[in-house]
Design a protein around this ligand. Structure first.
Ligand SMILES: NC(=O)c1ccc[n+]([C@@H]2O[C@H](COP(=O)([O-])OP(=O)(O)OC[C@H]3O[C@@H](n4cnc5c(N)ncnc54)[C@H](OP(=O)(O)O)[C@@H]3O)[C@@H](O)[C@H]2O)c1
Length: 244
């Protein structure tokens, strides 16, 4: 299987890739740290990957996306599976008062992903095959005062993915929306860990399982599905009074 990973140095992406490497997958790994990409390449090779090609790039720069995808497919062949895993968790307080902070967060977590998906969808659509697996977040299911800028970006992404899935279903292409809860990764290093936190390996296994099953939306771990159902069900008049 030929797999492209955008944000390949993400702890969650690495956990999923280790499992795919064990199945002898071929990889294009895109990320912005050359050293860390080389480290991931070494790790996946040890775990059984057949071919690993790395591409060092800042994925928030949309001007290079078409070229990166073109070169990636030339290097390993047409992608069977794409995992989009990069993201940033902005400082909510800063993003409330400084538009540039909010703009950067929305660009990285939403708009730049739309740019990649636009190019990738065109290619998979003409081939009538492939899976686009994209990491969104439970934070996108409802706006909360503690992280609504990040939540808005992920919520927009989830809606975009639902529409894309509806369009590409008729073309034989699968779109998987991954909605993790709290995961213990560098992104959440500054957050106090509670009982709902899980390790990246749990997410990696969940992502691989969801891709294998051809799922549409995967809450990971599963218990976030009922939690978010309850959170979405709270009437707005009550919700706005809560401190979440
Ligand atoms: N951890 C959680 O609790 C949680 C919950 C819900 C959703 N998620 C989502 O899960 C995904 C993976 O995050 P993670 O938890 O695995 O955290 P992570 O290990 O910190 O990974 C985030 C990755 O995004 C990369 N990245 C950020 N901006 C980039 C850019 N402009 N160009 C290229 N790469 C960029 C980072 O690269 P650098 O190392 O070079 O900065 C890093 O590899 C993200 O989409 C995140 O929003 C995480």
């Amino acid at each position: 299987m030929k797999i492209a990973v955008f944000g390949a140095t993400s702890a969650i992406a690495q956990a999923a890739c280790r499992i795919w490497a064990g199945r002898g997958a071929e990889f294009l790994l895109a990320g912005r740290s050359a050293d860390r990409l080389e480290a991931v390449k070494g790790d996946l090779t040890v775990h059984g990957a057949q071919t690993v090609v790395v591409c060092c790039c800042d994925l928030s720069d949309t001007s290079r996306h078409a070229e990166i995808i073109e070169q990636g497919e030339r290097a390993i062949g047409p992608f069977d599976l794409v995992l989009i895993a990069y993201g940033t968790l902005p400082d909510q307080a800063l993003a409330e008062t400084d538009f540039l902070q909010a703009q950067n967060a929305i660009n990285t977590n939403f708009l730049s992903v739309v740019s990649l998906l636009t190019e990738l969808a065109k290619r998979m659509e003409t081939r009538h095959s492939g899976t686009l697996a994209v990491i969104s977040s439970v934070a996108g299911d409802r706006g909360r005062q503690s992280n609504y800028v990040y939540g808005a970006a992920k919520g927009g992404l989830s809606i975009y993915l639902a529409g894309l899935r509806n369009r590409l279903f008729h073309k034989g292409v699968k779109v998987l929306t991954i909605k993790p809860g709290f995961v213990d990764t560098p992104m959440t290093a500054a957050i106090k860990k509670g009982p709902l936190f899980v390790k990246p390996a749990v997410l990696g296994a969940g992502i691989v399982r969801a891709v294998d099953r051809g799922s549409d939306v995967a809450y990971l771990p599963w218990f976030w599905m009922p939690i978010m159902w309850i959170i979405r069900s709270i009437p707005e008049g009550v919700f706005k009074r809560m401190r979440l």
